[in-house]
Design a protein around this ligand. Sequence first.
Ligand code: HEC
Length: 155
Amino acid sequence: MKLQKIILVGVAAVFLALQLVRPAEKVVTTTGPNDLLAHHPAPEAVRRLLAGACDDCHSDQTHHPWYAEIEPVGWWLAGHVRDGRAALNFSTLGALPAREAVHRLDQCVDAVNHGEMPPGSYQLLHGDARLGPDEKTLLTAWFQAVGDRISAAEK
Ligand code: HEC
């Protein structure tokens, strides 16, 4: 009984101590000149889908939920956002060479069509991110159209 108490207090102390150590980069909300949408304005419906289903991890406009303030959840989320942005960042996509940008947009079409993106764990917590068939069609058609436009401009 006594040992259990000590362990419990120990766990609580570690949990509280964790709250004092924060991931370096948490709230960044900027749009720069290289934002994909600055170069290729999207219809309102597409913007809403991007904001609801992709931007938290694939843009510099991350909206952190309240539970991001609780460690180690905050670290876990920050890691997701870092990996997501490293793979694809709509806020800087405009700075990529055309061929690479088109490749990323192709990957977006595939990821959405195959149901790989947005990740299942994210959909659990974000109703906006559960895309229906029509929403998938709308979003992938836009990715495709922007990719085609970038390719055509290169020729
Ligand atoms: C909860 C965070 C999160 C959300 C939301 C999210 N992604 Fe991702 N995405 C990631 C992470 C992390 C990676 C890199 C690791 C991986 O490939 O699983 C990734 C990778 C990708 C890649 C590269 C995959 C490849 O083929 O190499 C594409 C493309 C992508 N995401 C598109 C999207 C699109 C489009 C949306 C919105 C419909 C979206 N993602 C929503 C976290 C997210």
